[in-house]
Design a binder for this molecule. Structure first.
Ligand SMILES: NC(=O)c1ccc[n+]([C@@H]2O[C@H](COP(=O)([O-])OP(=O)(O)OC[C@H]3O[C@@H](n4cnc5c(N)ncnc54)[C@H](OP(=O)(O)O)[C@@H]3O)[C@@H](O)[C@H]2O)c1
Length: 315
């Protein structure tokens, strides 16, 4: 089968299309014929030798990628939920070795959900790592409740555009930061207020948020503390809740924490249900053919993507 292998870290030309053995599903795993893959900033960072590169390099060949949608071709021993022919999607083995940039992926069934029939594969592939992150942060880490005020940084991006929709589903009031050209986009996703981050610091315009989702890092996490009410929660997905920031947060009884998404079939099923019912719609702004996967990395590296970047494996 064909797969993109990273033999040494570096720029996009280190993503090399090679012929490698098709994986064999082990106990508890299914073999998925991949139809679509989504690309995340962690993919590009790992390709550069940062993020998860060192742990992946312990199990060569390094094959980046975690987000897939496709069809089950075979099942290993003890697989209970899926059978050959089932359409599935999910984030495979994150933060381990997902090996998703390939025509076939051996995936633990505990990381997958049935793809909703009303959602095409390229949209399902998009609603994996980014959607799980938004779900796990808001629902599990921040314990989001109806009526709360939620501030989402980078609301037009992969994680942000799912977070806005999930927070609206929970009947929260949602504020999002975005460039002015994306204000209509996030308004249509459900954001009640749009904040131009080029012009304003969030604390200039918000002071009573219950929850903040930070995706920009330490400076932004620190600056966002003043946008929270006493007792509020900020969750950073870019390691922004450093010890000093946590100390500062404590003075106002604010919880500041970091979070790393993890694979979960249970959470994938929740996301599948929301899409089935029309409450969650992935926005896919770019689709590249498999051979052009390096171009998908270049798009993600612009840091200006609306929603998600997807690669179509079946052409
Ligand atoms: N810890 C975890 O589990 C986890 C999970 C997923 C992602 N992440 C990390 O979270 C970050 C975001 O991921 P993503 O997939 O959402 O990225 P993305 O889709 O590439 O984000 C692109 C968006 O970022 C916005 N943006 C850029 N600079 C901004 C700023 N200074 N303020 C506000 N918005 C800004 C852009 O908005 P405009 O075009 O409107 O300017 C664009 O819409 C990445 O660093 C990623 O590695 C961590």
């Amino acid at each position: 089968m064909k797969a993109f292998v990273v033999n040494e870290p570096g720029s996009v030309d280190k993503l090399q299309l090679q012929e490698i053995d098709k994986p064999t599903p082990r106990a508890g795993e299914v073999l998925v014929k991949v139809i679509a893959i989504s690309v995340n900033p962690v993919d590009t960072k790992t390709r550069e030798g940062k993020a998860l590169y060192n742990s992946l390099a312990e199990q060569p060949p390094v094959i980046i990628g975690w987000d897939i949608s496709g069809v089950v071709e075979a099942v290993g021993d003890d697989v209970k939920v899926f059978k050959a022919g089932d359409e599935v999607f999910g984030m495979v083995n994150f933060p381990g070795h997902g090996r998703a940039y390939a025509e076939y992926v051996a995936a633990p069934e505990a990381h997958l959900a049935h793809k909703p029939e009303n959602v095409p594969h390229h949209e399902a592939a998009a609603a994996t790592l980014a959607a799980l992150t938004a779900w796990q942060v808001l629902v599990h880490e921040a314990n989001l409740k109806a009526g709360q005020k939620v501030l989402i940084h980078a609301a037009a991006g992969g994680v942000g555009h799912f977070a806005v929709q999930i927070a609206k589903y929970f009947q929260a009031t949602v504020l999002g930061t975005a460039s002015p050209e994306n204000h209509d986009f996030i308004r249509n996703l459900g954001a009640d207020e749009q904040i131009d981050y080029h012009k304003y610091k969030v604390a200039d315009v918000v002071m009573d948020a219950d929850i903040v989702l930070d995706s920009l890092g330490e400076e932004n996490t620190r600056n966002s503390l003043a946008a929270l009410r006493e007792g509020g929660t900020i969750v950073s997905i870019l390691g922004g809740a450093k010890e000093a920031v946590q100390e500062e947060a404590k003075k106002r009884n604010i919880t500041a924490k970091n979070y790393l998404v993890h694979s979960s079939a249970e959470d994938m099923e929740k996301i599948a249900d929301l899409m089935r019912q029309g409450h969650l719609r992935p926005h896919v702004s770019h689709v590249f053919p498999f051979k052009d996967l390096p171009k998908a990395h270049e798009q993600v590296e612009t840091r200006k993507t609306n929603g998600k970047v997807v690669v179509s494996v079946e052409e």
